[in-house]
Write a protein that binds this ligand. Structure first.
Ligand SMILES: [Zn+2]
Length: 373
């Protein structure tokens, strides 16, 4: 691609213009993440510190672009959530600790911390959209609480604010970006993200998730509504899916459709709970599978000349999460990672019904997307 041929429209100058031989990636770190403290809970304060320690100890640390977030503003949250819901979240501090649903527990400072988590996603958008030679090609926002289960007005599934949706709408409102693609590989369906953008053709949502599993949504036939029909793509992965199936879902459906959509920014809801050793799921993705998914996402963004923002969602095995998140950073930056994944399955049987599931996704969406025909 020529370095200037893609410059058009009113959005940010495409990344291809700054063409460098080495991709530049990095992380957004979340100071004081421990202030959101649900106590003994899968989504607990111990999840991220080990990830940051592992990255700091890694040889590639010095090559990373590292930044810290500001708080998202209320108006950023209100592009996605209802006023009543934001007021409820804001008021929880006074009565905390309390449960917002059967899974979602807040402590006194959970709301400000969730604004910081959303702010980390926004800082990443700002960084990949800025006009500077040393602009990163991609960033991984190490955020908690996660966000993809929260819809317009309901917190659920460990999530408070929907970080990825807030980032999508912020990118559109701030940078004149028209089309945003969201790829979600968390093991659970991103029902909140789906709800928020369901009738919106400017945001393409594509989710790979174990099915059946919590929250129960995410079947193939949920394709969007009104003008947004065809812009919501669910790939329900059978239990027991591993690297082969996840990469096939990306290569045959998600990435070609995203490429055809021609987004001006790519956001990834990265939940590492589809890993083989995660306590909440039955999937078998390995560390090298996460690296490969990150590599493919980064290559696509580079090919399209756009920024990539990866936002942390789930991943609940505190001892494996550092390796998995490091593998994602390695995929984004093209780094070698020598650490083996002790849980990588050997000779896993292909899960039943996978071919039928994939074919039904392709058949459902082929009328709208040429890339699937
Ligand atoms: Zn999850």
């Amino acid at each position: 691609m020529s370095r200037t041929s893609e410059i058009q429209g009113v959005g940010s100058v495409p990344h291809a213009y700054y063409e460098r031989s080495e991709p530049l990636t990095g992380v957004v770190l979340l100071p004081s993440q421990e202030r959101h403290d649900p106590g003994e809970h899968p989504e607990n304060v111990r999840r991220l510190p080990g990830v940051v320690d592992r990255l700091r100890d890694a040889p590639e640390w010095d090559r990373l672009f590292v930044l810290y977030p500001r708080y998202a503003r209320t108006e950023d949250a209100l592009r996605v959530h209802s006023e009543g819901f934001v007021e409820i979240l804001e008021s929880t501090g006074a009565d905390a600790p309390l449960w917002l649903d059967t899974d979602t527990r807040v402590s006194r400072d959970s709301y400000p911390n969730s604004l910081l988590a959303a702010g980390a996603a926004l800082a990443a958008v700002d960084a990949v959209a800025m006009e500077a030679y040393h602009r990163p090609d991609s960033l991984f926002a190490l955020t908690r609480p996660p966000g993809h289960h929260t819809g317009i007005d309901k917190a659920m599934g460990f999530c408070l604010l929907n970080n990825v949706s807030i980032a999508a709408r912020y990118a559109q409102a701030t940078y004149g970006i028209e089309r945003v693609a969201i790829l979600d590989w968390d093991v659970h369906h991103g029902n909140g993200t789906q709800e928020i953008h369901y009738a919106d053709p400017s945001v393409l949502f594509c989710s790979l998730h174990e099915w059946p599993l919590y929250p129960g949504t995410g079947w193939v036939d949920e394709t969007g509504a009104g003008d947004g029909t065809g812009f919501n793509i669910n790939i329900p992965m059978p239990t027991g899916s591993g690297d082969v199936e996840y990469l096939e879902a990306l290569d045959r459906v998600a990435l070609p459709v995203i490429e055809e959509f021609r987004p001006e920014i790519l956001l990834v809801s990265a939940g590492q709970d589809c890993h083989a050793a995660d306590p909440l799921c039955g999937q078998l993705v390995s560390a090298s599978g996460f690296k490969a998914m990150a590599t493919r996402s980064a290559e696509l963004a580079r090919r399209l000349g756009i920024g990539l923002v990866v936002i942390h969602e789930g991943g609940y095995n505190v001892s494996t999460l550092p390796l998995l998140d490091r593998s994602i950073v390695a995929g984004l930056g093209g780094f070698e990672v020598e650490e083996p994944d002790p849980f990588a399955p050997l000779d896993a049987e292909p899960p039943g019904a996978w071919d039928e599931r994939l074919e039904s996704v392709i058949a459902t969406h082929a009328p709208r997307w040429e890339a699937l025909r």
